[in-house]
Design a protein around this ligand. Structure first.
Ligand SMILES: O=C(O)[C@H](O)[C@@H](O)[C@H](O)[C@H](O)COP(=O)(O)O
Length: 259
């Protein structure tokens, strides 16, 4: 069945990263409350890069969010120990988990004992996901309430890189990669079917360095990894600052007016 987006992609623009963090706070807090009301928990996947800092700047002070109901996974993770400087978990721990009442048992990390065996680590991560997500005959993939993504200068997202064979993965929930063009070379990553089954997916990108890539991704049809994120029935949003959106010609929405 061909994938299609349920609605148009929403591109929210903000004058600067401080305003972007406010917008993200409002968006995430709303989705968190809705999910907790609907099924008693908020399942969210986080990325690395600048995302944890952007996300947490305002959110970590938001007392209205029930973080005790958050179930956190990582959109991708490097195969390194949890206290390694390259760990996406460590980044989110410093930026967010250390500041809010997220329960340690609800944060699903790569198994540190398996970081030397990426394939095993991916298998284990699938088992962890299976504990949170009941699947049905009709939906064979985890359905996250929200997946938060970044985008690299080459158009990669998660650890899904341009022209890599993992772009074709359509059965596994989590895949390992041992030849990542961006170091470290060994990682695990959610796959496109998981990204595209989520209720909501949001990209976050800021800074003038993203101008050309954002123009390419949002204005010119193509098959770069970030362009292959097309939720089947869920929503797709972009949170960007004006510097990053400078060359985007697609319709944008001034952030907080609509959120
Ligand atoms: O896996 C990695 O090596 C990074 O985490 C990477 O995927 C990052 O998320 C993007 O490059 C966006 O980075 P910025 O958010 O810093 O722009």
């Amino acid at each position: 069945m061909p994938l299609h987006t349920a609605g148009p992609t929403q591109i929210y623009t903000f004058p600067d990263t401080a305003a972007l963090s406010q917008g993200l706070d409002k968006y995430v807090a709303k989705l968190s409350a809705e999910a907790i009301h609907r099924h008693g928990k908020f399942t969210v996947a986080l990325s690395g890069g600048s995302l944890p800092k952007q996300l947490s700047a305002v959110l970590k002070h938001n007392n209205s969010v029930d973080f005790t109901k958050w179930i956190v996974y990582f959109a991708d993770e490097r195969c390194v120990p949890l206290d390694h400087e390259d760990s996406n978990y460590l980044l989110s721990k410093h930026e967010l988990f250390d500041h809010v009442p997220i329960l340690a048992e609800n944060v699903h990390t790569i198994d540190p004992d398996l970081v030397n065996d990426p394939e095993e680590a991916a298998e284990d991560y699938i088992s962890q996901l299976a504990k949170t997500f009941a699947t049905k005959d009709t939906v064979r993939f985890p359905v996250f309430d929200l997946i938060l993504l970044g985008v690299g200068p080459d158009g990669h997202t998660c650890s899904l890189f341009p022209n890599h064979e993992l772009l074709k993965e359509n059965t596994e929930w989590v895949a390992s990669i041992t030849d990542s063009p961006k170091p470290p070379s060994c990682r695990i990553t959610l796959t496109f079917p998981v990204l595209n089954h989520a209720h909501h997916v949001a990209f976050v990108a800021a800074g003038a360095g993203k101008q050309d890539m954002l123009h390419q991704l949002l204005d010119i049809p193509g098959h770069l990894p970030a362009q292959m994120v097309k939720p089947t029935t869920g929503t797709l949003s972009w949170f960007v600052d004006d510097a990053a959106a400078q060359k985007v010609t697609s319709t944008t929405v001034k952030g907080l007016e609509r959120l």
